[in-house]
Design a protein around this ligand. Structure first.
Ligand code: SAH
Length: 391
């Protein structure tokens, strides 16, 4: 196996468990690896740092799969997936769950979502993509699934020199499925929905709105397929309006409301949230609860400031629509905006809007997307509920 030697002075990050090795941390590579090959990584003193896969095309030169000397083969991938499944079972995430959360499951750049008997997979780096047959085989073996689908239609693959593609990795099946969550049902379009089709990471946060929405007039922006809004109706909201810029998402949200017999309470419309929230603020429209769950505003460090401005703006507009004593439910999934920075941003918006907050809850994503200490980007979802008062 080709060996990669690290420089003498590297960030303690790698020794502390972070699995990424950047090109500028490498002293030399003994041999000429092909993109995607397995390599041994050694510290400058010769000690083994681990085994991973290399891609000279990528900014992240090596991603470590293991910290010890062991065979990386089909059995290794089966063992890793079985281990990840054991963790989900222990923590109570079984029917639908993120089965593999990449680095957090020592499977860098691999995502697998389990929707009951169906599995949706993403291999986001070349060195992981090469193991797709082994991964599919392990899933077949452990779960006997009804279907496996690949959602590799994501731009990040281009950075690795990979094509964007999607399709069946099992016998074809009907990719419109229904899943259950918190006692409700949701249509999931595995083939054409956003990301893997459904945002499992908000499962527990959707339940967190249970008490504050009773009897309330609720507005949800960035609704996607209406999950938070349908939960609100289920938990006793008086009326719920959900908006999303995507017509397709709104159509699916309406189908979900009907599926749960809550279409007399929930209404969904295709609109740009930035525009209408501003407009409704001017018109002095008011709601008891406003929920915001925008998409990630940036994936690169250069744009953090822009992302913060985006969060401040949308939250400012959202909180202005809340009646005195109502609630703001606000999320951010941008991993580069860490929890402290997110709270500071919301605080700035509160000061500008002259609102006072009482915090109800502040939490992260569901535990089937485990946070690894020392790996900031696994701590990515911020979910805040505050009671909002006028000064
Ligand atoms: N709350 C959802 C997930 C939201 S994902 C859930 O729990 O399932 C973010 C959503 O924001 C996407 O559906 C996207 O279509 C929508 N979106 C992006 N920009 C928007 C805009 N300017 N106005 C309204 N919706 C927008």
């Amino acid at each position: 196996m080709i060996t990669v030697y690290l420089k003498k002075r590297i960030a303690p990050r790698i020794a502390n468990g972070h699995p990424w090795i950047f090109a500028n941390e490498v002293d030399r590579v003994a041999g000429a690896p092909a993109a995607g090959d397995l390599v041994e990584v050694h510290y400058a003193d010769g000690k083994l740092a681990g085994i991973g896969y290399i891609n000279p095309k990528s900014q992240i030169l090596v991603r470590l799969l293991t910290r010890k000397r062991e065979n990386i083969d089909d059995a290794f991938f089966r063992k890793r997936i079985a281990g990840a499944w054991a963790y989900r079972q222990k923590t109570g995430y079984t029917e639908n769950c993120r089965l593999i959360f990449g680095e957090a499951d020592q499977m860098p750049a691999l995502i697998i979502d389990k929707f009951n008997d169906y599995f949706v997979l993403q291999t986001l780096a070349l060195g992981m993509d090469k193991w797709k047959p082994a991964i599919v085989h392990a899933l077949q073996d452990i779960f006997k699934p009804k279907g496996i689908y690949e959602r590799n239609d994501v731009p990040v693959r281009n950075l690795e020199g990979l094509e964007q593609q999607k399709g069946f990795l099992s016998e074809p099946f009907d990719t419109n499925i229904i899943i259950r969550e918190n006692g409700l049902q949701f249509h999931v379009d595995i083939a054409n929905g956003q990301k893997t089709g459904y945002f499992l990471d908000q499962k527990d946060n959707r339940r967190a709105i249970q008490h504050i929405v009773k009897g309330a007039e609720v507005l949800g922006a960035f609704t996607y397929t209406g999950t938070f809004e349908i939960h609100a109706a289920h938990y006793g909201a008086k009326t719920v309006l959900g908006i999303d810029i995507s017509e397709q998402a709104v159509a699916q949200a309406n189908r979900n409301a009907t599926l749960n017999k809550l279409d007399h309470i929930c209404r969904f419309e295709a609109m740009n949230a930035f525009d209408v929230l501003k407009e409704w603020g001017k018109e002095e429209k008011k709601y008891d609860v406003v929920m915001l769950d925008p998409p990630a505003f940036t994936k690169s460090r250069e744009n953090i400031q822009k992302a913060i401005t985006g969060y401040k703006e949308i939250n400012l507009r959202g909180m202005k629509l809340i009646r005195n004593g109502g609630f703001l439910v606000t999320s951010s999934c941008t991993n580069l905006v860490q929890p402290d920075l997110f709270l500071q941003t919301i605080d700035m918006a509160a000061k500008d809007a002259r609102k006072r907050f009482r915090q109800v809850t502040f939490q992260a994503q569901a535990s089937d997307h485990p946070i690894i200490w020392g790996m900031e980007n696994t701590n990515y979802l911020k979910f805040l509920i505050v009671e909002v008062s006028d000064h």
